[in-house]
Design a protein around this ligand. Structure first.
Ligand SMILES: [Zn+2]
Length: 63
């Protein structure tokens, strides 16, 4: 059973061996389903390197 990874750009789950491109950012390796997704990530890594689930992180200071 292989662990799927998530393409951070389009959100698609892929198998690591199916990734057409990988990129290391902030100590993590990201996998991409297509060269276009990889290009988008390289252009703006910060936008994609944070999981979507962490939306609303800003303004969370009152804990
Ligand atoms: Zn993709």
């Amino acid at each position: 059973m292989a662990d799927n990874v998530k393409d951070p750009v389009c959100g698609m789950e892929i198998r690591p061996e199916d990734a057409v491109a990988t990129e290391e950012h902030a100590g993590r390796t990201f996998h991409f389903c297509s060269p276009a997704c990889h290009a988008s990530f390289v252009k703006d890594p910060h936008r994609y390197s944070h999981p979507a689930e962490e939306h609303g992180h800003e303004g969370h200071g009152g804990h």
